[in-house]
Ligand binder design. Structure first.
Ligand code: 6MZ
Length: 368
């Protein structure tokens, strides 16, 4: 576990509101209870439950939505999530979140994203790079990570400060209409100068229809945004086919696939974001020893280990690597290569990728 913790890591599938610290979620929920907005005793069991079915997970998300949707809270949880990932040596984080409207407090999708950006700017304990770099920048200026402190350096003085790249994906919720999905894509385009690199499709897989989001996803792609889709969380052969035909740059989960889907996936080489704990906890995969990570990894298909919702599933990215190490008998070198290969799957601009490659090369000897 120590290796998994100290190894530099890349997180590509993390939902902001699923990654709230337990302590923060309890504090916010209690405070709303005290103010009479919610009945704490009625929702406490949803928060405290350990194994949740897919349905119960989305009940929790509905509760989180009530608890967190105000500007100050969005800013706070963004800051905490970044601090938490940086503290376990995540050096590149692609954080996704669904822009939300809350008319009662004057929140628009745009002001929601502004609150996230405020959270990014408000991190003081680690150095955060979230503004994209122009092609014209000098090559030598892209050494953000090379100045990262050595493993084990714990002081919080300037020399030992951790560094993390953060880029954002805006999520379309499966409950949304075509117009609402389009609004999110337009917002993502506006926010590109502030580190928004792509679009995610997520939300309760039991709801919604692919054709509703397709126009917005096509538009996003035409405009050069990257796309990742939650795909195959429940058995839905037709939709899985449609999603793979769309050829997104990445997909999340890929659980309820049939032979025909594996064939298309492998020939199209679409990378898969794998969330082991999430899949086991939601019982969409029966047990770790039958998890599809194993066959994708052995087939050398591009995969990346991710947390999904580290708050909702009480995990960390280091823990996900540790689980993979134990379940699939991966050694230190294999874990490091798995982490390093994720750099090739990021959506950030070329210079970030180059800096990450250089950084992983510079620390590789420790793991070889
Ligand atoms: C599908 C998921 C998810 O966007 O409010 N979300 N969607 N499958 C999953 N796997 C279990 N985990 C999280 O973060 C929370 C939202 O992300 C989506 C859901 O829409 C959830 O409400 P944001 O920051």
């Amino acid at each position: 576990m120590e290796w998994c913790f100290s190894m530099p890591k890349v997180e590509l599938h993390a939902h902001l509101n699923g990654s709230i610290r337990d302590s923060t979620l309890l504090e916010l929920t209690k405070s709303l209870g005290e103010r009479g907005v919610i009945n704490f005793s009625q929702v406490e069991h949803i928060i405290m439950k350990y194994n949740r079915s897919v349905k119960e997970v989305f009940q929790l998300f509905d509760l989180i939505r009530i608890v967190t949707t105000d500007h100050a809270t969005v800013t706070r949880i963004t800051r905490e999530v970044i601090e938490d990932f940086a503290s376990e040596n995540v050096v590149y984080l692609e954080l996704r979140t669904t822009p939300k409207r809350n008319d009662a407090i004057g929140m628009t999708k745009s002001s929601y994203v502004e609150a996230v950006l405020k959270g990014l700017r408000s991190v003081t304990s680690v150095d955060v790079d979230f503004i994209p770099h122009g092609e014209e920048e000098e090559e030598h200026s892209r050494t953000f990570l090379l100045n990262t402190p050595p493993t084990g350096c714990e002081d919080t003085n300037n020399y030992c400060r951790k560094r993390i790249y953060v880029r954002l994906l805006l999520s379309i919720d499966r409950r949304e209409t075509t117009e609402a999905a389009m609004e999110t894509v337009k917002l993502a385009l506006q926010m590109r100068p502030f580190g928004v690199v792509g679009i995610d499709l997520s939300g309760n897989p039991l709801l919604g229809d692919w054709n509703t989001y397709l126009p917005a996803l096509k538009f996003a792609r035409e405009q050069g945004l990257y796309i990742t889709l939650h795909c195959g969380e429940i058995p839905n052969a037709k939709e899985i086919h449609q999603m793979l035909d769309f050829k997104p740059q990445r997909i999340g989960h890929a659980i309820c696939f049939e032979d025909q889907h594996w064939e298309i996936l492998k020939s199209s080489k679409i990378p898969v974001e794998i969330c082991l704990t999430s899949n086991i906890r939601t019982m969409t995969v029966r047990s770790i020893d039958v998890h599809h990570f194993d066959h994708l990894y052995k087939a050398k298909h591009p995969v990346v280990l991710c947390t999904d919702d580290f708050g909702a599933f009480s995990t960390t990215l280091s823990n996900e690597y540790n689980i993979a190490a134990n379940a699939f008998e991966l050694g230190k070198k294999e874990l490091f290569e798995l982490s390093r290969n994720a750099v090739e799957l990021i959506f950030a601009e070329r210079r970030v990728k180059e800096d990450l490659r250089k950084y992983f090369n510079s620390v590789a000897k420790i793991w070889e």
